[in-house]
Design a protein around this ligand. Structure first.
Ligand code: ATP
Ligand code: MG
Length: 329
C-alpha cells in the first residue's frame, strides 16, 4: 500500500487550488485506505525560510489545521501533524545535510528564484529542500503529489535516499513524485498564466477557502477571459476561459471539454462557476467556523497526531543515526 505525503506551509491563505489539488485528493484517498495511506502535515518550519511574522505563523498553523479538519482530513486514518511538533524532522534534516552536496542544494531552481527576490537570504532557504527530504524520508513515503514547481525537490529527496542507502545500508524508502489530477492545477483568475498561489501579490485572482460566498462570486465574475467570445477549452490560446472550465469540472466532477459545449456566453459560464465554487466551499467554511469555536479541541487532535507520528519517526531516526555512524546513547 503506497504511502503519500502532503504538506501545507502556513504562509498566506489556503485557496481553491490547494483544496482541489491537494485537500480533496487526501479526503478521497481516505475512502480507499486499502490502496493508500496518507501523511498530512502543516510545514510550519518551512514558513520560517522567508521573512515572517511570528504571530502570523502561529495563528495560521492552527487555522490550517482547522481548515484541513473542516475539509474532511481524518486524523484517525491519516497521520496528521504539525512539523515542529515532531522534532525528528529536524533531527533527520541534519543527518541528510551530511549526505547532500553544497552544489546540489545550490542548483535548486526555486532557491535561485526566491533568493533573487530577497535582499537578505536566510540560510534555511538554501537548506529547505533538505528539510523537505527529511519530511518525506522520515515516514517511508512512496509518493509525493506535487506540481512542477516542487518536482525538483522530490528528485533531490530521491537522490539523497539512494545515496544514503548505498553508502550506509538500506535505510530509506526511495520516494517518487506523482502528478495530482491535471484539472486540479488551478490558475490565478486575474493572471491565468500563473498558478493560484498563497503567495500571489494580489488576492483578486485567488479564491480563498474562507472567503465569504459573495466575495467568491465577485472574484469569479471579474475573472480575466479574452475577446473572441467563444467558450472552448484551449489552455494555450484561451487560458482564462479554460481555467474557468477546469474549475467547474473539478467542482462538479465533469469534463472541461464537455462543459464547454453547454455555454454560449462567458457570463453564463461565470455564473455556473461561481455557483459551483460556492457550493464546494460553503460546507467547508461552515464546518471551519464551528470547529474554530473550539481551538482546544484542534490542539488536542494535533498533540495526539504528533505523538502517533513520533512512534515511527523515532524508529526511523534511530536507524539513520546508527547507519551513519553515531554511537547509540
Ligand atoms: P506558495 O505560494 O506559498 O508556495 P501554494 O499555494 O503553492 O503556496 P503550497 O503550500 O506550496 O501552496 O502547497 C500545498 C499543496 O497545494 C501542494 O500539494 C500543492 O501541490 C497544492 N497546490 C498549490 N497550488 C495549487 C494550485 N494552484 N492548483 C492545484 N494544486 C495546488
Ligand atoms: Mg507552492
Amino acid at each position: 500500500m503506497p504511502r503519500r505525503l502532503t504538506g501545507f506551509t502556513p504562509s498566506g491563505d489556503l485557496h481553491l487550488g490547494n483544496h482541489l489539488g491537494a485537500i480533496a485528493p487526501i479526503v478521497a484517498g481516505q475512502a480507499t485506505t486499502d490502496t493508500t495511506d496518507t501523511v498530512v502535515f502543516i510545514s510550519d518550519l518551512h514558513a520560517l525560510t522567508l521573512e515572517h511574522d511570528p504571530a502570523d505563523v502561529r495563528r495560521r498553523t492552527l487555522e490550517f489545521a482547522t481548515v484541513l479538519l473542516a475539509a474532511g482530513a481524518d486524523p484517525g486514518t491519516c497521520l496528521f501533524l504539525v512539523q515542529s511538533h515532531v522534532p525528528e524532522h529536524t533531527e533527520l534534516h541534519y543527518l541528510l545535510e551530511c549526505a547532500t552536496g553544497y552544489g546540489e542544494a545550490q542548483r535548486m531552481i526555486q532557491f535561485k528564484e526566491k533568493a533573487g527576490r530577497q535582499s537578505q537570504v536566510r540560510m534555511s532557504l538554501l537548506t529547505y529542500p533538505i528539510l523537505m527530504a527529511a519530511d518525506i524520508l522520515l515516514y517511508d513515503t512512496d509518493e509525493v503529489p506535487v506540481g512542477e514547481d516542487q518536482s525538483q525537490h522530490v528528485e533531490l529527496a530521491r537522490g539523497i535516499a539512494q545515496r544514503f542507502n548505498t553508502r550506509y545500508g538500506p535505510t530509506f524508502t526511495v520516494p517518487r513524485a506523482v502528478n495530482p489530477p491535471v484539472a486540479a492545477r488551478i490558475m490565478d483568475l486575474t493572471s491565468p498564466g500563473d498558478k493560484m498561489s498563497k503567495s500571489a501579490p494580489s488576492a483578486a485572482g485567488t479564491l480563498r477557502l474562507l472567503d465569504e460566498p459573495d466575495v467568491l462570486r465577485r472574484k469569479v465574475m471579474r475573472a480575466v477571459t479574452d475577446t473572441d467570445g467563444v467558450v472552448a477549452h484551449d489552455p494555450d490560446r484561451k487560458p482564462g476561459v479554460s481555467n474557468l472550465l477546469d474549475i467547474l469540472a473539478a467542482c462538479t466532477g465533469d469534463e472541461p471539454r464537455r462543459l464547454a459545449g453547454r455555454f454560449d456566453r462567458y457570463g453564463e459560464l461565470k455564473e455556473a462557476v461561481a455557483d459551483a465554487v460556492v457550493a464546494t466551499l460553503t460546507p467547508v467554511r461552515e464546518r471551519y467556523l464551528r470547529l474554530a469555536q473550539d481551538p482546544a479541541h484542534v490542539r488536542k487532535v494535533l498533540r495526539a497526531g504528533a505523538e502517533r507520528a513520533r512512534e515511527s519517526a523515532g524508529v526511523k531516526v534511530r536507524q539513520a543515526k546508527a547507519a551513519i555512524g553515531l554511537l547509540p546513547g
